[in-house]
Design a protein around this ligand. Structure first.
Ligand code: AMP
Ligand code: TRP
Length: 340
């Protein structure tokens, strides 16, 4: 993460993204986000984080949140994010996030936040707890982003609106107080898989689905993976091909292609004349095979919490150096008195 030679070498572009520890990431999170983050770390200067402050916008059981934070952190390392190459930190361990979120909140309009579709959706699904944090969620996300001045923010489509609001807030701040923030681009990853529910292939695969058979958790045992694929919803045609009226089979082909690198034509040929039973077993085995080495590394990391703690601390320290530089600048521009 050295910035010492910024003047002699063109700065590599910086990418930043966070993931909430609201459940064990699914195969969808892996193929649609985490796996691509690993690919990004060689091309960009990358910063990744566990968004635990975002997770408490819905009620969390403390012991569970603590455990999930370790698990998601360990999974980020296990999939191949390398702290020698990029930053991997826990959001709540860098206080500048909460502090900048407050300042940005004072530059964000009630009307803007009311229009966020995620706020509207979550107010419906958690009608008994429509708290200030849930409403202000996008200002915290704006703080996560703007503190590090990234050029790109790789996110899924559902986060695009929050990224656009971040740009609006940053632009407004720059107008009011002079140029301070870099306006980041949302970066919707190309050629990454969009994985659908195994039970209702009209919906995306989600870690919060109440039906356990609908998603593959990244920590599912091989037996569970095979069983869930065997139960996956298909159709009655018994032909492996991609077609709009075959969302279940198309989704399985997408998953199989993503983990084996095969094209849809190759998959169609491979299973020509064979039934869905064979196909589903092959998908299950390929997925289990892909997740196995990740799970092995995950268990090694989880077996040494002291080492995880030390790494988190070191990474948060490095993140804080970048974040505090931005925060101090913002506070100075807004008229706060800073003491040395
Ligand atoms: P979430 O689980 O909704 O917090 O999503 C975290 C990241 O994983 C987002 O950037 C999404 O793009 C990605 N993601 C989540 N679910 C899927 C899915 N079913 N297929 C592909 N990508 C996904
Ligand atoms: N809100 C994002 C999600 O639910 C997670 C997130 C928090 C994030 N802060 C971020 C993503 C900053 C990108 C940049 O997926």
């Amino acid at each position: 993460m050295s910035t010492a030679n910024e003047t002699t070498e063109p700065r590599r572009k910086r990418a930043l993204s966070l993931i909430q520890p609201s459940g064990i990431p699914t195969l969808g999170n892996y193929l649609g986000a985490m796996r691509n983050w690993v690919a990004l770390q060689d091309e960009f200067e990358c910063i990744f984080g566990v968004a635990d402050l975002h997770a408490v916008t819905v009620r969390q059981e403390p012991a569970r949140l603590r455990q999930r934070t370790y698990e998601v952190y360990a999974l980020l390392l296990a999939v191949g994010l390398d702290p020698e190459k990029c930053l991997v930190f826990v959001q709540s361990q860098v206080p500048a996030h909460a502090e900048l979120a407050w300042l940005l909140g004072c530059c964000t309009q009630f009307g803007e936040l009311s229009r966020m579709t995620q706020f509207k959706d979550k107010s419906q699904s958690h009608a008994d707890n429509i708290n200030l944090g849930l409403f202000a969620y996008p200002t915290l996300m704006a703080a996560d982003i703007l503190l590090y001045r990234p050029d790109l923010v790789p996110v899924g489509k559902d986060q695009k609106q929050h990224c656009e609001l971040t740009r609006d807030i940053a632009g407004r701040f720059n107008n009011l107080y002079s140029d301070t923030f870099v306006l980041p681009e949302p970066y919707i990853m190309q050629n990454c898989a969009n994985v659908l529910s195994l039970q209702e292939p009209a919906k995306k695969m989600s870690k919060s689905d109440s039906n356990q058979n609908a998603f593959i958790s990244m920590l599912d045992e091989p037996d569970a993976i095979l069983r869930k694929f065997r139960r996956a919803v298909t159709d009655s045609e018994a032909r492996v091909c991609r077609r709009e009226d075959k969302p279940g089979v198309s989704n399985l082909m997408e998953i199989y292609g993503a983990v084996t690198g095969r094209t849809f034509d190759q998959i169609e040929e491979e299973f020509d004349g064979r039934g869905y039973g064979d196909f589903k077993s092959a998908v299950g085995e390929a997925v289990a095979e892909t997740l196995r080495p990740i799970q092995d590394r995950f268990h090694t990391y989880m077996g040494d919490k002291a080492q995880l703690d030390a790494l988190m601390k070191e990474q948060a320290g490095k993140a804080a150096v970048i974040a505090c530089r931005t925060l101090d600048k913002v506070k100075k521009k807004m008229g706060f008195v800073l003491t040395k």
